[in-house]
Design a protein around this ligand. Structure first.
Ligand code: PEP
Ligand code: MG
Length: 593
């Protein structure tokens, strides 16, 4: 046991955030040799030389990053993530970072402690950001800071590319650059103290298909080299020093998981139809282009929700029409014959973009969000509509407006759309003149008037994430009321029924694109509601397809009728659970622990 480490007893369970699914069992490779910083002050006469030393370190960091970029660009599956390294190169040019570090050096701090102070200040600024995605960008600043400090202190860079055996990497944090250099044949998985679901490192783990758990807070203080460990990237569970029994249990789970994955592979090329041949199209939700690969891997039938706000995040100016056009076209070209539902900017609420200078609102979820923002910032909206329309000549686009509450809003959107179409006609620019226009049904108002809205649009897409939030008055991001956030609440089920009935009566397609769509346990009930499409995280597609292929629509209708008759949500949960386990025991068996 290493001195200074807390002794780890057998079966020490830790729970972090599972960011990349799969089970990995192996030995720890602790790669956390963090540089020590000498905090002694320098002489006034040494200041100028120290500033030069800092600038040399910045130059070396730039050189290192460019070298990694070169190496990474030779790897096809990582090429699309090169932008992360570009972000790091941009941070190295950041005036605030450079000038403030120089200022601290002038106060006689040596370069590494000056830089540490500046990084601490930056970290505090990031901590105050509410938006999870932007807050996670702090990790990019940390990664650049650590690189500079390693250069300044002479502690060489950790190279994960050089880890020899089949191991599980444990680190305080991993930079995206380090993650990119991981050799999949050698590294079975990784776990870190820091990190969140949307950090670039987490995104890369999914692209690399490496099980990963982040946000464990203090795993590095417990872990030692070669300690046996089990990680479950689906549940976020990490077990240090597993007992023989736990080891066997997880080995069985791992085999089962892999077997199921292989078995699910068999579903890849089978159609998504119920046993009585009712077609339910299974599409992918996308936040970033890089996720399209996963959609293809799981044979998603196009994209049911492209959340375009992610194109606007993490940059100082909104993307230009050309940039948007190119981004949309790339996805459409990849999607080929399949359609791509492009949702216009859904900003505000929990998706905050400081660069867009949104007002400070007391109640942002009910404020200037989504379509309300677009209708107010009309020129931004027109730019996006132009880009989407132009892209409609690259493939099959469906246009989707978020957070609609009334018919007038839909008509306002359509009127601007018509205007933009006329502009394109005048300019002789091609676009799909029959573009399908749909709306998100994610407010109770839209549910109640869904029969009226159905007359105005070509399709509905139900955003259950928000619909649950607004129906049950439960902030979807507030952990204190999370226990009330309930997809099976009778009010939610009734709302879904009203919308599906309205869409079916008007003969327009109806889809769910909230998280509920990807839950296999709900698939049969959703089929019974008469949904034509489900759009989800692509990794959920095989499991949902597997359920659908084993049930009939009539069975789904019988189930939903029984569920709708129950007044208490807990009873709905129990019934759905019982019915699905009884019908499909191999899929919905009791968990092992
Ligand atoms: C939803 O609200 O269900 C949805 C799909 O949109 P978002 O999660 O982006 O708000
Ligand atoms: Mg929503």
């Amino acid at each position: 046991m290493v001195l200074g480490k807390t002794r780890v007893t057998q079966d020490t369970y830790l729970v972090g955030i599972g960011v990349s699914p799969g089970i990995a069992i192996g030995e720890i490779s602790l790669v956390d040799q963090r540089p020590l910083i000498d905090e002694s002050l320098i002489e006034v006469t040494e200041i100028e030389d120290e500033i030069k030393r800092f600038h040399r370190a910045v130059e070396s960091a730039r050189h290192q990053l460019k070298k990694i970029k070169q190496a990474v660009s030779r790897q096809q599956h990582l090429r699309e993530h090169l932008y992360i390294l570009d972000t790091h190169l941009l941070i190295l040019d950041d005036e605030m970072l450079i000038q403030q570090t120089e200022e601290q050096i002038r106060r006689q701090f040596n370069a590494e402690s000056a830089l540490t102070k500046v990084l601490d200040q930056l970290r505090m600024l990031f901590n105050d950001i509410e938006d999870e995605y932007l807050r996670e960008r702090r990790s990019d600043v940390d990664a650049v800071g650590e690189r500079l400090i390693r250069i300044l202190t002479g502690v060489s860079e950790r190279s994960l590319g050089k880890i020899g055996t089949k191991s599980l990497v444990v680190a305080h944090d991993l930079s995206p650059a380090e993650t990119m250099q991981m050799d999949r044949t050698k590294i079975l998985g990784f776990i870190t103290d820091k990190g969140g679901r949307t950090s670039h490192t987490a995104i890369l783990a999914r692209s690399l298909d490496i099980p990963a758990v982040v946000g464990l807070e203090s795993v590095t203080s417990l872990a030692v080299d070669q300690m046996p460990v089990i990680i479950d990237g689906s549940t976020g569970v990490v077990i240090l020093n597993p007992s023989e029994r736990t080891f066997k249990e997880y080995l069985a789970r791992k085999q089962k998981y892999e077997f199921l994955e292989e078995e699910l592979e068999a579903y890849r090329d089978l159609p998504a139809v119920t046993a009585d041949q009712v077609k339910i199209t299974l599409r992918a939700n996308l936040e970033m282009e890089s996720e399209f690969q996963l959609a293809q891997k799981h044979a998603a039938e196009g994209v049911g929700l492209y959340r375009t706000e992610f194109l606007f995040l993490g940059r100082s100016e909104p993307p230009t029409e050309e940039e948007q056009y190119e981004a949309y076209c790339r996805i459409l070209t990849e999607a080929g014959e399949e359609s791509v539902t492009i949702r216009t900017l859904d900003i505000g609420g929990d998706k905050f973009i400081p660069e867009l200078n949104l007002e400070d609102e007391a109640n942002p979820a009910m404020g200037l969000r989504a379509i309300r923002f677009s209708l107010r910032e009309e020129s931004l909206f027109r730019t996006q509509l132009r880009a989407i329309l132009r892209a409609s000549s690259c493939g099959r686009v469906r246009l989707l407006f978020p957070m609609i509450t009334g018919v007038a809003e839909v008509r306002a959107c359509r009127s601007i759309l018509n205007d933009v179409q006329r502009d394109l006609d005048r300019e002789g620019i091609a676009y799909d003149t029959n573009i399908s226009v749909g709306i998100m049904i994610e407010t109770p108002a839209a549910v109640i008037i869904s029969h009226l809205l159905a007359q105005e649009v070509d399709f509905f897409s139900i955003g259950t994430n928000d619909l649950i939030q607004y129906t049950l008055a439960v902030d979807r991001g507030n952990e204190f009321v999370a226990y009330l956030y309930d997809p099976l609440h009778p009010a939610v089920l009734r709302a879904l029924k009203v919308v599906c009935d309205a869409a079916n009566a008007a003969q327009i397609p109806v889809c769910i694109c909230g998280e509920m769509a990807g839950e296999p346990l709900y698939a049969m009930a959703l089929a019974g509601l008469g949904l034509n499409e489900l759009s989800m995280n692509p990794a959920c597609i095989p499991r949902v397809k597997r359920v659908l292929r084993q049930i009939t629509k009539a069975e789904g209708e019988a189930l939903i009728a029984k569920l709708l008759a129950l007044p208490v949500s807990k009873d709905v949960t129990t019934m759905i659970d019982k019915e699905m386990r009884a019908r499909l025991p191999d899929i919905f068996e009791q968990p092992l622990i």
